[in-house]
Design a protein around this ligand. Structure first.
Ligand code: KMH
Ligand code: ZN
Length: 273
C-alpha cells in the first residue's frame, strides 16, 4: 500500500481557546503547533490564520508571516493554505491566501455549499468553485478538493469537465459536518472518485479516530488536528496537534502502513516543487 500522508489541520477558523487552550492564535502559537505536528510525522500543514485575539482572517500579510515562520521551523513541510477561511467571508477575501510569495504548491478548494450547523451556511456556488479552480490552475496551485458530501464530488467533476482541474485529482472527505461519518459513507465516497485520484479523509469531533483507522486500512490518507477535533480520546483534550498526529502514526504502525515523508508526499500528490 502507498505510504500514508498525514495532514495536520492545526488551527481552523471556528475552534477557540475556551474549548481547548492549546488552539493557536498568534504566529508563535501557530508555529509551535505546526512544528509539533511536523515532528510527529505530518507532511502537510493545513493552514488557517487568526489575529492575536483569535478572530479568523484571510489577510495576505498575516498568511505570509505565518507561512514564512512555519517554513523556518519545518523547512520541507507542505504548507496548504485554506481558501475556505471562515463562514461569511467574501470570495476575494478568501483568495488572499493564494497570493503569497512563493505561490503555495497546494491549497484547499471547497466544492459546494454546506450547512455548518444552526443557521450557519458556508457558501460555495458553482461559479465560486469554478472561479477558484481557474485561479488556482493559472497560479499553478494544486487544489485539495474539499468535499463534505457526494454532491460536492459531482461539482468538482463539473469543474474538471470544464478543464479547470489538472489530473490526478486529490480530494479530502470532510465527514460528520453535513454528511454522516459511517464506514459505509467513507467507502461510498472513496468509490465515487475518478480512477487515479488520491484522497484524504477527516472525521469531525467524535468521528476522528474511527475514520482515521478505516481510512488507513482502505489506502486513503488522513487529516487530524484541532480544526476538526479537540480530543485525543473521549473526555481527554489533546495537548497539541502533535499528540493527534502521533496517535495517527501509532494506528498506522499497528495496521502496518508506513508514513510518507514530505518528499514522498509530494511524489504521491504529484506536487510540482
Ligand atoms: N472554516 C470553514 C468555513 C477549508 O479550509 O478550505 C471552511 C474550511 C474549509 O475550513
Ligand atoms: Zn480548513
Amino acid at each position: 500500500m502507498e505510504k500514508l500522508i498525514i495532514s495536520a489541520a492545526i488551527c481552523g477558523a471556528e475552534v477557540t481557546k475556551e474549548q481547548n487552550p492549546a488552539v493557536p492564535y498568534t504566529i508563535e502559537e501557530i508555529v509551535r503547533e505546526a512544528k509539533s505536528a511536523y515532528d510527529a510525522g505530518a507532511s502537510v500543514i493545513h493552514l488557517h490564520v487568526r489575529w492575536d485575539d483569535g478572530t479568523p482572517t484571510q489577510d495576505k500579510g498575516r498568511f505570509q508571516e505565518a507561512v514564512d515562520a512555519i517554513r523556518k521551523a519545518c523547512p520541507d513541510a507542505i504548507i496548504q493554505p485554506s481558501t475556505g477561511g471562515a463562514v461569511g467571508m467574501t470570495d476575494l477575501e478568501r483568495l488572499q491566501s493564494t497570493d503569497i510569495t512563493p505561490t503555495p504548491e497546494f491549497a484547499t478548494l471547497d466544492c459546494g455549499t454546506c450547512n455548518f450547523g444552526g443557521d450557519e451556511i458556508f457558501i460555495n456556488t458553482d461559479n465560486t468553485v469554478f472561479n477558484f479552480a481557474k485561479i488556482m490552475k493559472e497560479r499553478g496551485i494544486k487544489p485539495e478538493l474539499e468535499v463534505f458530501d457526494k454532491g460536492m464530488i459531482d461539482i468538482a467533476l463539473k469543474a474538471d469537465k470544464k478543464g479547470l482541474l489538472v489530473h490526478p485529482l486529490h480530494f479530502d472527505f470532510v465527514l460528520g459536518v453535513q454528511m454522516s461519518a459511517t464506514l459505509r459513507d467513507l467507502v461510498f465516497m472513496a468509490g465515487s472518485l475518478p480512477p487515479g485520484s488520491t484522497w484524504t479523509a477527516t472525521g469531525l469531533g467524535k468521528n476522528a479516530w474511527h475514520i482515521a483507522a478505516a481510512t488507513i486500512s482502505l489506502g486513503g490518507h488522513v487529516r487530524v488536528g484541532f480544526e476538526d477535533n479537540l480530543y485525543l480520546e473521549k473526555g481527554v483534550l489533546a495537548k497539541s496537534n502533535g499528540e493527534m498526529v502521533a496517535k495517527a502514526v501509532a494506528i498506522a504502525k499497528l495496521l502496518g502502513r508506513e508514513i510518507a515523508t514530505p518528499a514522498e508526499a509530494r511524489e504521491i500528490l504529484s506536487l510540482k516543487k
